[in-house]
Design a protein around this ligand. Structure first.
Ligand code: AR6
Length: 176
């Protein structure tokens, strides 16, 4: 685990399951446009949250790449889920700006909802094909650049699925 402080926000990286972060107020979903149950992160979150999450989410969609919307956490230990649609790498352009928009919108939405602790997966780096090291740079830079504008968010945790992915984020955080 690596930690860095940007203004009032502590940014940390851990290996783990985004659907099992009980000490955070909110987690972020790497969603599909329709906000339906999917694979990867979305599958894990919807399985843990139960069917009420999809029922709440479907009327909130469809969303566009770079957008974020908020729902309740249902059976998750977190009060809220923030659903982001990341860019499909090689299709949704400019992919770096759309990915940055996901992180910025999620952070601002969290702040408007009084969230203190927020957990992110590595949005777009699975089925959507965004290279992990490049995605880590965009994610961490956006948190650093948004941190001065935040009032309630104090902890941002990046939850990486594998030790190898964690090492990539750790290096990006150290080099930032
Ligand atoms: N906890 C943390 N990270 C995870 C978990 C987990 N439980 N499961 C996977 N990852 P992905 P995307 C990692 O594919 O690329 C869905 O079907 C994974 O190794 O979940 O934004 C949606 O419905 C990868 O590094 O999201 C969309 O259609 C990262 O999380 C589409 O996939 C993101 O992988 C979204 O694709």
């Amino acid at each position: 685990m690596t930690q860095r402080q940007f203004d009032a926000v502590t940014v940390e990286t851990v290996q783990g399951d985004i659907a099992n972060q009980p000490d955070l107020d909110a987690i972020v979903n790497a969603a599909n446009a329709e906000l339906r149950i999917g694979g990867g992160v979305a599958g894990a979150i919807h399985r843990a949250a139960g069917p009420g999450l999809e029922q709440e989410c479907i009327p909130l969609g469809p969303i566009r790449p770079g957008d974020a919307v908020i729902s309740a956490g249902h059976n998750l230990p977190n009060a809220h889920v923030i659903h982001c649609l990341g860019p499909v790498y090689g299709r949704d352009e400019p992919s770096d700006q759309l990915l940055a928009s996901c992180y910025r919108q999620a952070l601002m939405l969290a702040d408007r909802n009084g969230i203190v602790g927020l957990g992110f997966p590595a949005i777009s780096t699975g089925i959507f094909g965004y290279p992990l090291a490049a995605a880590a740079q965009v994610a961490l830079q956006t948190v650093r650049d948004t941190a001065p504008t935040l009032e309630t968010v104090q902890r941002v945790r990046f939850v990486l699925f594998s030790d190898a992915d964690l090492a990539v984020f750790d290096r990006a955080l150290e080099e930032l």
